[in-house]
Write a protein that binds this ligand. Structure first.
Ligand code: NI
Length: 270
């Protein structure tokens, strides 16, 4: 990957592992096993408001040599997503960006989103720095978080955490000592991590050319107007890709699997 791209991902990784130290713990466990951890993709979440939508977030990545490769609709979750790949560098991670279709939701949700985005100065949302900015609207309200959750766990997560990498993904294909996603899950469970089991612990199949799993986003302390509360942070994902009939490694995403992977940040209690 070119220097520009590397700087972007290093910076996102730093923020991501600061917010979710469990992701770094998983990474370190693989390194201890002698693995060279390769990143399959990273993902961002956003709202469809044109000030912060996919087109806006992807700008610095397009400048770093990324191009659009695929589009996905998630009807049940009211999301639209695109995935991007680096033009020349086969080792650069894919980038998956989804956006919430806010017009499908209540007036409360739409007004909350608009009100928060109105607080972002124009030079911030127009700058290449937006993807690193996190929550740009200050201390969240737990009451609002809970109310958003009734409609969309995705919106509630985004309201608290804002713009940042939502997850990184270990490429299982590049692991030497783990032959399958099941092997990875067993290893993580042995080390005390919770696997997201919505729709089964392994999403997808060899027929679909992609298998994925993820740890449930660990609970972290977050400051709210009402005081500190424990809510899910970011998660780590694991993906194994298969070759298609032409011998090419499948490079896209499977909407049905991703639909359940999104639930890795759903609220839960210890
Ligand atoms: Ni993913």
């Amino acid at each position: 990957m070119n220097a520009k791209g590397k700087i972007i991902f290093d910076r996102l990784w730093k923020d991501y592992t600061t917010l979710t130290p469990d992701a770094k713990r998983v990474y370190d466990l693989f390194v201890q096993e002698g693995e060279d951890v390769v990143n399959d993709h990273i993902a961002f979440r956003t709202f469809d408001d044109e000030r912060v939508n996919i087109d806006r977030l992807v700008k610095p990545l397009l400048d770093a040599g990324y191009v659009l490769k695929g589009e996905y609709n998630f009807e049940e979750k009211h999301l639209f997503a695109q995935h991007f790949e680096h033009k020349v560098d086969k080792f650069a991670p894919r980038v998956f960006i989804s956006q919430l279709i806010t017009s499908d939701f209540s007036e409360f949700l739409q007004n909350t989103v608009k009100e928060k985005l109105d607080l972002i100065p124009r030079q911030t949302y127009e700058s290449d720095e937006l993807i690193y900015q996190g929550n740009l609207w200050g201390l969240p309200s737990y009451k609002v978080y809970e109310k958003l959750r009734e409609e969309s766990e995705y919106a509630a997560w985004l309201y608290v955490y804002g713009f940042r990498a939502n997850h990184f993904t270990v490429s299982v294909n590049h692991l030497k000592n783990f032959q399958s996603v099941e092997d990875v899950n067993a290893f993580l469970k042995k080390n005390g991590f919770l696997i997201n089991d919505a729709g089964g612990e392994v999403k997808g199949s060899p027929d679909q050319l992609l298998e994925q799993s993820s740890i449930k986003a660990p609970l972290i302390d977050v400051d709210f107007e009402e005081g500190t509360k424990q809510i899910p942070s970011c998660y780590y994902e694991f993906a194994r890709r298969y070759q298609d009939a032409d011998g090419e490694l499948f490079s896209g995403f499977i909407a049905k699997s991703a639909n359940k992977i999104f639930e890795s940040t759903d609220y839960y209690k210890k």
